[in-house]
Write a protein that binds this ligand. Structure first.
Ligand SMILES: [Fe+2]
Length: 211
């Protein structure tokens, strides 16, 4: 019997795959991988993050939809980390990293993106599932990764780039990035809280696109 969060995520993924043909294949990958997810013994010491201390409670209070319910059910189990330690010292990335955090929910025993700063409460080497909290007025520059990625927006309105096209995403929105597509996210005056799933290549490291 899987943990209640894994069961609930599996039901949600199956419904998302049935609702949107664009999500059918990635949600099939996710639900299949969830059959083999294992809980860990429990989390160790968790580093604090200023953006989380400042904005998580408000974002949780504003969260909508099944993604919001899933986030609320698991948020007490996760630890938060900063991505892109390899970009520290670059001014735009320092600004982004000060106002952005992510929390692995299902991942590898050693989190690749943070260099092991946090541990996921559930283990998988097939998929990477977690939370993103991006603070207000935060520019996450254009980047790429091999992983095929789906975001579910629980709270916050933000501007998104996919390829060369910009659009607005509201709470309740779903974003799908195929492998290798360039994307960026710019928040407005509210924090952005999302559930995400990487359904392929879960151990890869995103690369910022400079030009
Ligand atoms: Fe991404």
């Amino acid at each position: 019997m899987a943990a209640p969060f894994i069961e609930a995520l599996s039901v949600f993924a199956a419904s998302e795959g049935a609702r949107d043909p664009d999500l059918t294949r990635p949600m099939a990958l996710l639900t299949d991988a969830l059959l083999r997810v294992m809980p860990t013994a429990g989390r160790g010491p968790q580093p604090s993050q200023e953006v989380v201390d400042r904005h998580l409670d408000g974002a949780l209070a504003a969260a909508v939809g099944t993604a919001g319910e899933l986030i609320g059910s698991v948020v007490h189990e996760v630890g938060w980390a900063k991505p892109y330690p390899e970009y520290a010292g670059e001014p735009d990335m320092d600004a982004m990293r000060a106002n952005y955090s992510y929390a692995p929910i299902i991942g590898s025993a050693t989190d690749a993106i943070s260099g092991g700063a946090v541990a996921a409460p559930y283990l998988s080497d097939e998929v990477f599932v977690g939370l993103v909290l991006q603070g207000p007025d935060c520019d996450y520059p254009s980047h790429v990764h091999k992983s095929e990625e789906i975001f579910w927006v629980a709270a916050g309105t933000s501007d998104w780039q996919k390829g060369d096209v910009w659009r607005v995403e509201e709470p309740g929105g779903v974003i799908h990035h195929e492998s290798g597509v360039r994307h960026a996210t710019v928040t407005r005056d509210r924090p952005l809280l999302m559930l995400f799933a990487w359904v392929t290549d879960p151990g890869c490291i995103p690369v910022i696109v400079r030009r």
